[in-house]
Design a protein around this ligand. Sequence first.
Ligand code: MTE
Length: 326
Amino acid sequence: MLIKRRKGWELPESAAAPEPVFLNRRQLIKAMGAGTLSLATASLAPTVEAATSDGAEDPSAHLYPVERNPRYTVERAITEERLATTYNNFYEFGSHKKISEEAQALEIRPWEITIDGLVEEPFTIGIDELLAKMPLEERVYRHRCVEAWSITVPYSGFPMTALLDLARPLGDAKYLEMRTFHDPDIAPGQRQFWYPWPYVEGLTIEEAANELAFLATGYYGKPIPKQNGSPLRLAVPWKYGFKHVKSIMRFTFTEERPETFWSVVDGGEYGFWANINPEVPHRRWSQAEERVLGEDRKVATKLYNGYAEFVAHLYADLPESEALFK
Ligand code: MTE
């Protein structure tokens, strides 16, 4: 009997999640005014909307929704938007999961992004100008936190390769360092001096150039909410969630491996590679299974979160002990 082995990320017809209903804020208000939207539907709107700190609508709202790229499908249902936008890790706003209200203090305009280090010409660009230059698409990715919970979410944004084309790194650039804002006046977590703020993460250039590496600017067909890393956050679905640095302000190309936030906090705990591996337990958690947010069940965790076809070759020459958890 011929058994078709499905790749980890392929979507079996039977498991296809319903398309999420994309209603941006303007559409929602219009629909309510026209009396075409019932209260039951209105309650599907996220609890915290993407808005600037003065309450105005995010100026990028008109860009979304964008077309979904069918290449990156998954075999799980999409997590309810309300959960993915209210159960968050964003230590700048607190070391618990309920930071979505606090994160609204983040000022997302103006938002300047600096690209520097080993590039032909360093430059700074505003987020809206950057968005106008980038090829926007939607990708449904699985996201697995090192704390053993997982979600499946539709990001909108652009492939990291598009940013690399714009940045024009030099031949001796080996790593890409990504850095969050630093403003203790609005982010109370950043007053905790024992953390090495600002939050920094890094990838090798080969990882950054991998087709899966994505910069998310939208979520569920709208601008990405502040608590999820507005206006620009990393998505590298084969790596644990802490690599997915939020609210990026600076991309620096370097020859040396960057010192990342968690590896400075505790080098023995969180390493640079952070590739998802069910066989290497964390000191505090087994990584064999994950709790699917919003569902009353645990599922087996897959090597590289099920994305091995795309990324396993990146680590072929590394000793296993180095690549698979550190
Ligand atoms: N980025 C910043 N700047 N600060 C953080 O505390 N937490 C990380 C990552 N990016 C974090 C961050 C962790 S541990 C996870 S699991 C994801 O963000 C959570 O992303 P989500 O809240 O959008 O699900």
